[in-house]
Structure formats: C-alpha cells, structure tokens
Design a binder for this molecule. Structure first.
Ligand code: PLP
Length: 413
C-alpha cells in the first residue's frame, strides 16, 4: 500500500525534494526527527494567518476557534493512543518535559529513602537524568536492567530486581539507538505485581507501533510530536486519571489554578493543572494533522513497509561485508525491531563516515545518540545510525549502500 503510493506520499513532503551538496537529499535521520507533510505545514500557516489568539480565556471568536482546534488535537491524541478520556493527555514540550514532569511531581511526592526506580541500559538520557536527579534528592536508588549483546533486555534480571521497594519502572518502549522493541506488556505486568507504577518512553514507538494505553495498562506514556511527523516543541504526557489526580502541580502560573488569593491557591482539574502558561498553540493544532496523516496511511502498513526497507538495508550490508572482510559491524540485532539500525565501520570514526555520506547528500546520525551508558556497554564511542520512515525508498537505500561499499573498501584497504 505504501510502496505503490510512494510518489504521492513523497509529494506530501516538500523538504525531500532538494539537493544537498549537489546530490538529491536522502534523509535517513528520522529517529532524530521526522519530516513534516504539507498538511501539517499548511495547518500551522493557517493558524497564524487566520486563527491566532490565546486559548481558554476570552469570549471572542478567534479565541474560541483557537481553543476548539487546540482541544481537537487533545481528542485526536486520545483516540490515537486509546486513552480513556482526553483529560488524561497533557500537552508538554516533548518526551523530555513529560518525563521531567513525572519525576518532579509524582517522584517528589512518592519517592522516599530506600525506594527504587528501575530503568534499563538502553535508555535515552532523558529517561535517566530526571530519575537520577530526584533519586539523589530523595535518597532513592536507581537500578538498571542489563541487556545482552543483541541489545535485548535480560528479563530474568529484571524479574529478580523487582521488589516491594520498587516504586517506578521507567522504560524505553523502542530504543532510539538500536531499534529494539522491548516487551512492555510483560514489563508492566510484572511491575504492577509488586505495586510499582510504569512510565513508558514512547518517543520512538508511537510512529511505528500501534498504541493502546488501556490495553497496555501503563501508568504514564511520554510522546513527542516531532518524531511523529508533527511540529517540534510539542509533546504529550499520558497518565491514568487516578494517578494524575493525586500528583501535585508542576509549574505554577496562569491556567493551572481555580482560585488564587495571597493566602492560598486552589488548583485546576487535569489536564489544565499541568498546563501552566500559554502553550505552543499553533504547533499543537498542527500536530493533529500529523496524527491524521499517519492514521489514514495505517500504522501497520507503515511499519510493514519500513521493515521491508530495514531488511533490504541489512541484506545489502551483508553483501558488502562479503567483499570487504566484514568491514561493517551492525550494532543491535534484537529479534523484535523497528526500522532503526546502528553500525560501525572498522578503522573509521563514525563522524567521518557521517561527513562522507553527507557529501553525497545522505543524512544519517552519528555519535552516542544520547545513550552514553548504552555505548559504554558496547564499548563504543558512538555509532552511525540510519532510521527509515514512510517516505523513504529502496532506491535511496541503494544510494546509501553504494556509498557504504566505497567507504568499507577504503576502510579495509
Ligand atoms: N527518548 C527517546 C527514546 C528518544 O529517541 C528521544 C529523542 O531522540 C527522547 C527520549 C527525547 O525526546 P525529545 O527531545 O523530543 O524530548
């Protein structure tokens, strides 16, 4: 379905149609941020051309229009993740802010000395540092689930780690550096058996996998719009109503209050209790068009197509390795993966490979991918990472494989 419509799909992404360093752009840095379809760009333009007003606060027409559109996005994300109600979806700046919100509110209210927070070896820094900060403050302990050489969690170790001391499991659903899909249903189920809450970092999962927070039964899910073909600066924190209602507010200010006197302030209901100040209205409104775009294409179709691209790439690398004495080493070979692949090339620094590819118009990510502990596990300074999206093509992968063949031959000389 995606393959037969690829030209129409690509026509929706104006940015793809340009040359970089004299070559057609090949954009394989989708795990860092996805490109935006023109439906999203036009919605953003439309907002500033016709609808711009502050929301929730005024009686005039533009304000009520802007408010309606803003709240429409909340209903769309509710449906997208199958939350029980829109009020369980809080707008934030992104996954990073969503996680910090939980650490600073739920964490501050619920963690005490001797309590434990469990994360995994493959976390993004944004799901490590906020927990380190609050654990340090509260005298709680951060524990880390180990992984194997394929980049999969060692679930027996996780099971052994769980105890009555475990208060929270904060786990990445899909690894941004390896593409590993973690067994989150099992992780959540086991955590709940010891009474712990579970936060899922959904940054990489939500564009590839179907999300049903009620079925998963996670307590929190963190999402970034810009990884989902939407604008930057917008994210969502999903939380179960009964959990969100017990949490103290995050930022103080306008919108998050019911009544303010100098003696006492009473706080608004969820979600507004956690949405102090003027939010990123235009980008939230435009985000809805990204969610609709993905929903119309069908996530199963997208994921299926992306995995075909991944297999094509991995097979191509295996062919290059036959000619070059295994010059390319793939990092991350989990059985269950999305279309993200890290690799290194012997005798080559990842950054140099990135520059060589850029000279051919190919955009990839190099470095530690904000997962330094994971890189330490693999004893690497960094990797080269390609990540595929719904608008990428097999012929773009041919271009990459051709470039990698020359680099691998050079490395193996
Ligand atoms: N978690 C994962 C797995 C990510 O890949 C990223 C971004 O790369 C983040 C968290 C942070 O997301 P953001 O920068 O949108 O807050």
């Amino acid at each position: 379905m995606i393959k037969s419509n690829i030209d129409t799909i690509r026509a929706n992404f104006p940015i793809l149609h340009q040359e970089v360093n004299g070559k057609p752009l090949v954009y394989f840095d989708n795990a860092a941020t996805t490109q935006k379809p023109k439906q999203v760009i036009e919605a953003l333009n439309q907002y500033y051309l016709k609808d711009n007003a502050n929301i929730h606060r005024a009686a005039h027409t533009l304000a009520s229009r802007a408010t309606d559109y803003f709240e429409n996005t909340r209903r769309t994300i509710q449906a997208f993740i199958n939350a029980n109600e829109p009020e369980e979806c809080i707008f934030t700046k992104g996954v990073t802010e969503s996680i910090n919100l939980v650490a600073q509110t739920w964490g501050r209210a619920n963690l005490n000395a001797g309590d434990e927070v469990i994360v995994t070896t493959m976390e993004h820094h944004s799901n490590i540092v906020p927990w380190q900060m609050i654990c340090d403050e509260k005298g709680a302990k951060l524990r880390v689930v180990p992984i194997n050489q394929n980049g999969e969690l060692i679930m027996e170790a996780y099971e052994e780690m769980l105890s009555a001391n475990t208060k929270l499991v904060a786990c990445v659903w899909v690894s941004n550096a390896l593409g590993t899909i973690n067994p989150v249903e099992k992780i959540i189920n086991l955590a709940h058996q010891v009474g712990a809450k579970v936060l899922l970092d959904g940054a990489q999962a939500c564009s590839h996998l179907n999300v049903d927070v009620q079925k998963l039964d996670c307590d929190f899910l963190a999402i970034s719009s810009h990884k989902l073909y939407g604008p930057t600066g917008v994210g969502v924190l999903y939380g179960k109503r009964e959990v969100l209602e017990t949490m103290p507010p995050y930022h103080g200010g306008g919108e998050m209050i019911k009544e303010v006197t100098f003696e006492k302030t009473t706080y608004n209901d969820i979600p507004y209790k956690f949405e102090a100040g003027t939010p990123n209205i235009g980008d939230v409104i435009a985000f809805r068009y990204a969610l609709d775009y993905l929903t119309v294409l069908g996530k199963e179709n997208v994921a299926d197509y992306e995995l075909q691209l991944l297999n094509y790439f991995v097979n191509g690398v295996n062919e290059i390795n036959k000619q070059t004495n295994d010059a390319i080493k793939l990092i991350g070979a989990a059985k269950s993966k999305v279309a993200v692949q890290s690799f290194v090339i012997k005798n080559m620094h990842p950054f140099d490979v990135g520059m060589m590819l850029d000279a051919k118009g190919i955009a990839v990510r190099t470095g530690h991918h904000c997962t330094q502990p994971l890189m330490q596990f693999f004893e690497l300074e960094g990797t080269i990472r390609v990540s595929f999206a719904l608008y990428n093509t097999f012929s773009e992968i041919d271009t990459l494989l051709q470039a990698l063949t020359s680099i691998a031959k050079y490395a193996n000389r």
